[in-house]
Design a binder for this molecule. Structure first.
Ligand code: NAI
Length: 259
């Protein structure tokens, strides 16, 4: 039929940059964006793991370019974005996803190291990547920024202060840049995943995972990375043009549950 409505639910030919895209939610997001016709810039620490994701996309007939990028390296971010622009075109969508576990009791000597690890990997790079892509995002007219925070960006678990503070920072950065960039039609949103089965949580024994999920989530289970990727895609759509500054839990009901 001829379309009746006007707003597009397609990311076809959009260029999407994803950090930490060799594993877990980043990889699931890369695969989903590729499935939907986006040109996907896959970045992560290790070149071989990046290449495996890029190969999978290309073998399936998609378009992707991979770069080994440590997001704690400011110069490398600028170089990566220049390379992506020349390989795939100007960047329309940024997904700040790279992350590490970082926790410590507040009275432990490791606290300071964990604090800087959390901020160096999961907050400072977000603004650097965004600023490096800003000209492209402005020119796009439909620029989209999606920051992967956490339910730790809304509440707090015990002995996780470095991680929790960084993720609360991601929420603050998201709201602040939504306000600052709205005039350019750029939307900035954060997703707060709950417990998801990824590289970050695979070391947790199955029985502990199950107990936690049953006690804490309404759906009584861990989530799958793809379930988060679908929210990321939704926020990246041209049709998501009036959603900005939103902090969206994808958490199986963890933040809703209070019993
Ligand atoms: P993951 O461990 O499967 O993937 C994270 C990726 O980030 C890895 O491939 C890793 O190599 C990459 N990375 C780490 N340091 C990096 C650096 N300096 N530069 C570039 N890449 C780097 O874990 P997951 O769970 O997929 O993590 C994705 C995001 O989701 C993270 O920001 C994490 O904090 C967040 N998150 C995860 C939850 C979970 O239950 N798995 C819950 C809530 C949020």
């Amino acid at each position: 039929m001829t379309r009746i409505t006007t707003r597009s639910r397609s990311v076809q030919s959009k260029v999407a940059l994803i950090t930490g895209a060799a594993s877990g939610m980043g990889r699931a997001t890369a695969f989903l964006f590729a499935d939907e016709g986006a040109k996907v810039a896959v970045t992560d620490l290790d070149a071989d793991r990046v290449a495996a994701v890029v190969d999978r996309i290309r073998n399936a007939g998609g378009t992707s370019h991979g770069i080994a990028l440590d997001v704690t390296d400011a110069d490398a971010i600028d170089a990566a974005i220049t390379e992506i622009r020349s390989e795939l075109g100007p960047i329309d969508i940024v997904v700040n996803n790279a992350g590490v576990g970082a926790g410590s009791p507040v009275d432990n000597p490791s606290f300071e190291d964990e604090w800087f690890k959390a901020f160096d990997v999961m907050l400072t790079p977000h603004q650097r990547v965004i600023r490096a892509c800003l000209d492209d995002l402005k020119a796009s007219g439909e620029g989209r920024i999606i920051n992967i925070a956490s339910t730790e960006g809304i509440g707090a678990q015990r002995n996780m202060a470095p991680y929790t503070a960084a993720k609360h920072g991601v929420v603050g950065l998201t709201r602040a840049l939504a306000v600052d960039l709205g005039a350019h039609g750029i939307t900035v949103n954060a997703i707060c995943p709950g417990p998801i089965v990824t590289g970050m949580t695979e070391a947790i024994p199955d029985d502990m995972r199950e107990t936690f999920a049953r006690r804490r989530t309404a759906l009584r289970r861990y989530g799958d990375p793809e379930e988060v990727a679908h929210m990321t895609l939704s926020l990246a759509l041209p049709a998501a043009s009036f959603i900005t500054g939103a902090i969206i839990p994808v958490d199986g009901g963890l933040t809703a549950k209070n019993d």
